[in-house]
Every structure is written in C-alpha cells, then in structure tokens.
Design a protein around this ligand. Structure first.
Ligand code: SAM
Length: 378
C-alpha cells in the first residue's frame, strides 16, 4: 500500500473551520491547520478516501499539485502550459476548471478558468495531437485554481461534486439546510447520540436525518455515486473497497436515543419521509405531521434544534413574529429539562421568542449571517 503522506486543503463554510479541523483530526489527519474557509492537513491516500467518505461537515478536499506565477493572463497561460499535466490528466479524460480568488489583472474567475483550460488543451495538442474534452457537469478530472496575489494554486478536487450533496435528498423542502450545515449545527450544539433529538420545524428532515446518520455511525459518503478521486490515474480500487466494507461493518443497528422530526406541512413531510427512506432510516427517524402549537415533549430531556423561517427566503418577516412567540411559549411550557437551539438570521424575530439565550453562536447559512441561539429550559 502507498503510505506516502501528501498535503491537502479541505474547504468548508465560513465560520466552521474549527469544527472541521476537529473532525479531520478524529479521522486521522495530521498537521491540521485551520485557515479562512478551509483547513490544511496531511495524510496518506487511505486518509484522503476516508475523509471523503466520512466527513459530515466539509465541502471538498483539494490536493494541491502546483503553485504557479500568475501576475497576469499571459503569465498564467504560460506557467500552466509548462506544467506536467500528463501526470494527472490523459487526453481521453474529460476535465473542467473551477476558479476562485482574484488579483488586479485576473479579476473574472470565468476568464481565468478559460485561460487555464486553453493552456492545458494547447499543451496536450502540441504533445499528442489530441486534446481532452471539457465536461462541466461530470468531469473525470476537476481542476481547482485559486488566485492569491501573483500566484495560482492548482489543485485536483478529490471530491468532485460538493460533499454536501450526499445523494439522499433528491427531494427538497422550501428552504432546506445544506446537509453539511445541518451536521455542523449538531456539532455546535454539542449534541451526543444518547440524548433524544427533536426538530419541530423539520421541513425536508435534514437535521433529524443527519442526527440519525451520526447516531448510527453511518458514513454519509455511502449514499454518493461518485467521488472525484475515483477517476484519478492513481485510484486504488482495492483500498477504496476495503474502506467501504469497513464503513458498512461499523454501522450500528439501533439509535441510542430517539430522533423526532415534525412539520405542519404534509407535502414537505412527505419529502422528509422519502429522504429518510432513501437512507434506510425510516424505522429510526420518527417523522410526524404536527403543528408546533400541538407539540408535546416526547421524553423528559433532550435537545431541540430548529431553523424557523426568518423572512429572507420564505414567509414575510411581519407574519413570522407569531411563530417565534409560539416557539418560546412551547419551549417554556412543555419542554422543561430540555435544551433548545434556534437558528435565525433575524434579531428582531429572535426577540419574539421571549426567553433569555444562554449562548449566541454566530454562523453563516450560505451567505446569510445567522445566530444559533441556545436556551436552557427549566
Ligand atoms: C426553514 S424551514 C426548515 C427547513 C429544514 N431545516 C430543512 O432542512 O428542510 C421551516 C419549516 O417550518 C415549518 N413550519 C412553519 N410554521 C410551522 C408551524 N406552526 N408548525 C409546524 N411547522 C411549521 C414549515 O413548513 C417549514 O418546513
């Protein structure tokens, strides 16, 4: 087996770098060092595969392959042209280039990506008379280019499609949380599987499903059809299959504590049930159609995590005040002994809960700055 250690950079939503670093350490990464919207780490090939298979929080794992000069478009073209792409990309592989970052001469990511693509295919043509086709949707090799000042970091994307696309959610509610973000909320709330879990506004079921995956020690990557590294030249199929078997064997058959989700909307709940069924979790996650006003505590202690609508994307802010007040009343009157977390992007609405938050954790839900409010209910 190839135990050579390489450097990687895992991308993650802004603000989640520290918990992503902890997750990477638990998976066996070394030299873990959080950065802005990402974490540097080192490890061997087995670790790279394991991180893709098991991470609940990361978006992508990049493997840097070159750091080239990129003062301007011509210099970038030339340095990309000079790079030994044959080591990673064959003419019968399809590829795509995604670019992030900018400098004063390269300030359109689309244009920068085009320069890189042109340099690669021109080199291939010169060397072999043939060139790779571009496939934006499903490339064999996904190249990530990140411009910082006068440098361009070129990486191969080992994940391919972002890891938040677990594959279990073909159906979506109105404003679903990203799967990775739901998992991050469970971490931020320090939920442990031996504590009953409830999301009374569960929508498409993302929070209860992610909670169940964690509780049953199910690797979220098991539902995905493909990872980027599977079409790399050095793909080790035996190693990958070993890791899949190991993951399947380490699944638990029973939750340590019950997991509930409810929502008043029968159509959204249908989606939640279909998502849970996709993951074979329908026997584990109890999804119930209920209005918040009718909810009773199913156990004498537990954790609630929910994200009520906050008026940016669905529902009008004015109409939502009543829902936030109801949330506070229900917590106070019926959930003594529980801890509740509410994710909101609207401070005025949060005040309508009418309870004193014991913690306020700033988080970004995509580009929306939000707060995760913690309430101890006694
Ligand atoms: C922002 S969405 C939650 C999305 C969910 N976390 C997901 O990932 O799909 C808010 C949910 O609250 C539900 N909701 C709003 N008012 C409600 C009420 N009074 N009782 C129960 N559910 C309610 C809506 O139907 C909607 O599905």
């Amino acid at each position: 087996m190839n135990n050579e250690k390489k450097s990687y950079f895992a991308t993650v939503a802004r603000g989640l770098e520290a918990i992503a670093a902890k997750e990477l350490e638990k998976l066996g990464a070394i030299d873990v060092s959080p950065d802005f919207t990402g974490v540097h780490f080192r490890g061997d090939k087995a670790l790279l595969y394991r991180v893709n298979l098991w991470s609940r929080i990361l978006f992508r794992v990049l493997m840097p392959i070159a750091d080239v000069k990129s003062d301007n478009a011509e210099q970038l073209y030339q340095s990309v042209y000079n790079f030994n792409w044959e080591e990673y990309l064959q003419v019968d592989d399809t590829f795509a280039v995604i670019c992030t970052g900018s400098n004063k001469n390269l300030n359109h990511t689309h244009f920068t990506a085009l320069q890189i693509k042109n340099a690669i295919v021109d080199r291939q043509r010169k060397q072999t008379g043939k060139r790779s086709n571009i496939d934006i949707e499903n490339p064999d090799i996904l190249i990530n280019a990140h411009i910082v000042e006068n440098c361009c970091i070129l990486s191969l994307d080992s994940s391919g499609e972002s890891l938040h696309r677990r594959g279990y959610r073909p159906a979506m509610g109105l404003a679903p949380l990203k799967e990775t973000f739901a998992s991050a909320l469970l971490e931020l709330a320090e939920w442990q599987p031996d504590l009953p879990f409830l999301d009374p506004l569960c929508g498409s079921g993302t929070l209860p499903i992610e909670a169940a995956l964690k509780s049953l020690n199910i690797a979220p990557g098991l539902y995905r059809k493909k990872f980027g590294f599977q079409s790399w030249k050095d793909f080790d199929r035996d190693l990958w299959e070993e890791l899949i078997v190991e993951a399947k064997e380490s699944q638990l058959s029973q939750l340590s504590a019950p997991i509930f989700g409810s929502d008043r909307d029968p159509n959204i709940l249908k989606q939640a049930r279909s998502n849970a069924r996709f993951c074979n979790l329908e026997k584990h996650v109890q999804l119930i159609q209920k209005d918040l006003s009718e909810i009773e505590a199913p156990c004498d202690r537990g954790i609630i995590i929910c994200n009520p609508p906050y008026g940016k994307r669905i529902g009008e802010v004015e109409e939502l005040g009543g829902l936030y007040k109801l949330l506070g009343d229900v917590f106070k009157q019926r959930f003594k002994g529980w801890t509740a977390f509410v994710l909101t992007g609207n401070k005025e609405l949060a005040k309508r809960i009418g309870l004193k938050a014991s913690r306020r954790i700033p988080v970004n839900n995509g580009s929306l700055p939000c707060t995760l409010l913690k309430y101890e209910l006694y």
